[in-house]
Design a protein around this ligand. Sequence first.
Ligand SMILES: [Fe+2]
Length: 210
Amino acid sequence: MIYITGDIHGTNSVAKRLNTKNFPKQRVLTKKDYVIITGDFGLIWNLDAEDQFWLKWLNKQKTFTTLFIDGNHENFDLLESYPVEEWCGGKVHRLNDSVIHLMRGQVFKIDGFKFFTFGGAASHDKEYRTEGKSWWRREMPSQAEYEEGIRSLERNNWIVDYVLTHTCTINALEWLTSRYGLKYEVDHMHNFFQDIQKRLAYRKWYFGHL
Ligand SMILES: [Fe+2]
């Protein structure tokens, strides 16, 4: 089975979100089942004892494998210090045996389904944050990552089962802003996803952030 959630923001809510009371089905899962977090994972924020505790908790105490894409609130210096590996057809950073970062612009085949992954988003609170300590420019993709995403989709003939992103398309952004009165500026990532949505055949698109 595959379960999807978003934005656990590290130690703030990992225990609450993924404890057996809130997520009882985990009792019957195995490491061949997956919980995917659609960005703002946040558990390699400092790699201090607290982060290490919860990473070990996910690995050793939880029955399932944890997969995540990056959001905007990640420590990209630490995340990118892990070696890049191939896993299920795409590139990953493996934090431990069963906690795995799904990199941007990849297509993974997991449990028979194809997932296109593309993490990252713009922070709207960056004026209150410090570069390299609580905010990283790498929250936004590089040109190479956008191009890799397009190449991956071309290799899959623009057909996948699911899309996993942290932020969303312009359409979704407009719907959310009109419904909830949120104020978000359209940026390059929203445009990129909007273009992809026009061409891509998929069943569902899951995102976090908003
Ligand atoms: Fe976010």
